[in-house]
Design a protein around this ligand. Sequence first.
Ligand code: ADP
Length: 485
Amino acid sequence: MSSKSRVRFLKTIGFKITLWYTLSVLLMLIVLGPFLYFRLRHTLNKETDHILFDECEEILQRIQDNNYTKDDLLRLIKRETAAMKYLRKSVRLYDTEQRSFIGSENFIAPYLKLSDDDIAKTVKGEYTLKKIWVKGSSSPYRLITRSVNIDNSCKYILQVAIYMKLTYKTVENMEENFLMLTPFLVILSIAGGWFLSRKSLTPIARMTETARQITGSDLKRRILYSHTGDELDELANTINMMLDRIETSFSRIIQFTSDVSHELRTPVAALKTGTEVMLSRQRTAGEYRDLLEHNLITLERMVKIISDLLELSRSDSGQNILHLKPFKLGNMLNELRKTFRPVSDSKNILSPINEIPNVQICGDEIMLRRVFSNLLDNAIKYTPPGGRVYISLEDRNDDVVVSITDTGVGIAEENLGKIFDRCFRVDTSRSREAGGSGLGLNISKAIVELHKGRIEVKSDLGVGSTFDVILPKNPTKKIYNISIF
Ligand code: ADP
């Protein structure tokens, strides 16, 4: 493995999971091993003490209950110490002068004298327990010292000892087994950790592979689910949903770019052809003037499209900042009605002058003027001569509702949800003829939403349409960046 790929391997989640897994097992062994060792030793020691105490008690009772001679005592001790194959018991008796009186032949350390502490305690009726290491023995002895009272006075001092080999052997065996098992457990934890990490990371590897294959021109691919219902399935689902949205946005952008190019190419081609035809031979001043006037109209339309596009790009990049200030909405609508009067008159469209309440609202006057201009422009554009266009304003508690109603061509039910999309036009040729680019409603909706308002539309095909703009009188003084897509 080269040093580069070794570094890459050390950085993988698989390696880290395995490492953590192994470290956790090691930590568990380090904590559990000593705990089990000391716990077992402690329990076995306690058990040994119980046995020792019981054995001592039994001998003590016999001596106290029977008036034994020295020979009887010797026989008793012999019998008591003969059969103890595993516990290897030894017994010794002292007389009242604390001289070793009689003892079993196997007594652990005949040279061991009674300590002052033993004497003091036994005299008080207590007992002592000690661990004695004897030369040549691999394990210690446990020794109990008690007084033997006959007729309420201490007649002997009894010592019983048992060999702790069984206890020590058990603890040693456990220790050996544990140490033998540790490397196996560590190897098992490494293998287990690696296996588990591989198993749980396989879906991620699949996601990475799919993500690598996804390009701008191939957004159709989706991540396969493992149908386990776990977090990775959830992640795959989230990524797939994100890809759905990206694909939709991408296709809209592609559609938008092609629509915009088409939109701009048509007038540019018209300008070019017109100019070429004009230059093909000598023209009169009047003909040149006609061409220039025609070109000016085309250029004005292009300027409108370009300024709409700039507005959209500003809105998309979140640069559309509202400059909120109070203004009289009624005044603005009356002014707009006057501005559009020549256009409506030229189309023989009647716009009845009704009373518009002069409500004061807080908003971006320039942007809202653009919204109502768009709606009025559309109403006039899509209403045949002889029709009517109405403007009204309703003052609700916290909101105002501006309604622009026309008796025009109307919009089919299936198109009502699409008219706010970019570049959507119900009748492309009619709209283009009328100078529309399919951007106006999209921009209007974005501006109204920036004001925390909404636009609603009701329409009947061949009867007319009503666009209601619902605006809060006091939108919060924040910058709302809303994507139009
Ligand atoms: P355009 O510049 O083409 O008018 P808009 O975004 O303003 O673009 O409108 C989108 C489409 O919605 C229009 O092309 C038209 O088909 C439809 N539309 C908008 N307003 C009206 C209306 N008042 N009556 C009928 N159709 C309308």
